[in-house]
Design a binder for this molecule. Structure first.
Ligand code: F1P
Length: 346
């Protein structure tokens, strides 16, 4: 399984001209640290990778906003692997961050959509995601593609380092194969999400909460809403709510809680109770068949069950649909949101 998986990644990246990872495999496997640099949605994909790689491969990962990276004096060495993630492959901040890391001797791996883009050309190796091109500015399927590549990397590293058992690897591979059909199923939620969007299209604020693998998804849900509907939204780790955001909760605050069945499920149930006690409105994304949270939430969106390692690939879908429909109902141009560019080259 591992060989075919590695073969697939190398074949893909060789075919698409960025160097394959074969040459750097040992460096990757023996890395003391992996540094991820990216902006916006790509940064959120990087955050998912931090959870995946630390959990499955036990390599320390740091995820840096590329837009901030060069304004401090970061410690980088030739022993570091730097992964630059960018949908457009042209984001100036990401390019500058990887150039800085390269000048210190780090090995640069890229994950980009666009063949021959500036970031792809500046890397030592990498993988193209080919999720596009489309005219829409806000990144959606690029996120899914980036997280898929990063999941494969985490699995390969975990297997090579002996931190991921063969049976667990096999289980994850089988699960990954089932993701496309589960994404299709999640897209069938469209009609239900239109109805929810109608109720909240005039909201002025939204809060998004998630734990574990769903925390980056909460950030991404909030970003998508801001980008295309111009509604103020914040994403938080669910447990962080009591350290500030809880003060904002009243009957006018919709709270999107991503609460799929995983190791933190019980904790998130108590977060929902805290929101309900303050009359906040709960839009819950849950695992199909859940009965506890539906009894508490104002709206329930059920997604297919999957491994918690892969759940962002599914839980992000309803949040993208929610942003999309709210934006359309508010008369916003979802393809060309104001003030945003497909490639942020300055
Ligand atoms: C990064 C990004 C996108 C966002 C918008 C502005 O782009 O922040 O995530 O949706 O388009 O740029 P990229 O480096 O992934 O191309």
């Amino acid at each position: 399984i591992l060989d075919s998986m590695r073969g697939r990644m190398i074949a893909e990246s060789d075919h698409m001209m960025m160097g394959g990872i074969r040459e750097f495999e040992n460096k990757f496997v023996n890395a003391e640290r992996i540094l991820i640099v990216a902006c916006g949605t790509s940064w959120h994909a990087g955050l998912v990778a931090e959870y995946l790689i630390e959990d499955l491969a036990r390599i320390p990962v740091e995820v840096e906003y590329a837009s901030e990276f060069r304004y401090r004096n970061p410690i980088i060495s030739e022993r570091d692997i730097v992964v630059a993630i960018s949908q457009s492959g042209e984001t100036a901040d990401t390019l500058a961050a990887l150039e800085l890391a390269k000048s210190k001797g780090a090995t640069i791996f890229g994950i980009c959509n666009v063949v021959g883009s500036s970031i792809a050309r500046a890397t030592d190796a990498g993988a193209y995601t080919h999720a596009g091109p489309e005219i829409g500015v806000a990144s959606t399927k690029a996120f899914t593609a980036q997280v898929t590549v990063l999941s494969l990397i985490a699995m390969i590293l975990g297997s090579k380092r002996g931190t991921l058992e063969t049976s667990k690897l096999r289980q994850l591979m089988v699960e990954l194969e089932s993701i496309p059909s589960k994404v299709e199923k999640a897209l069938e939620l469209n009609e239900q999400i239109i109805k929810i969007s109608e109720q909240y299209k005039d909201a002025t604020n939204f809060l998004y909460l998630g734990r574990g693998y769903n925390f980056p998804v909460a950030l991404e849900g909030a970003l998508k809403l801001k980008e295309i509907s111009y509604i103020h939204a914040e994403g938080y780790p669910a447990a962080e709510m009591k350290h500030g955001p809880i003060a904002l909760i009243d009957e006018h605050m919709p709270v999107v809680v991503i609460a799929t069945k995983d190791s933190s499920y019980e904790k998130i149930v108590s977060n929902i109770q805290e929101v309900k006690a303050r009359k906040g409105k709960i839009i819950a994304v849950v695992t199909e068949g859940d009965t506890t949270i539906p009894a508490m939430a104002d709206h329930v969106i059920e997604i297919p069950e999957t491994s918690e390692h892969l759940v962002p690939l599914l839980s992000v879908i309803p949040l993208q649909l929610l942003s999309y429909h709210i934006a359309v109902m508010r008369g916003c141009n979802v393809d060309q949101p104001r003030n945003l560019a497909k490639s942020v080259t300055v």
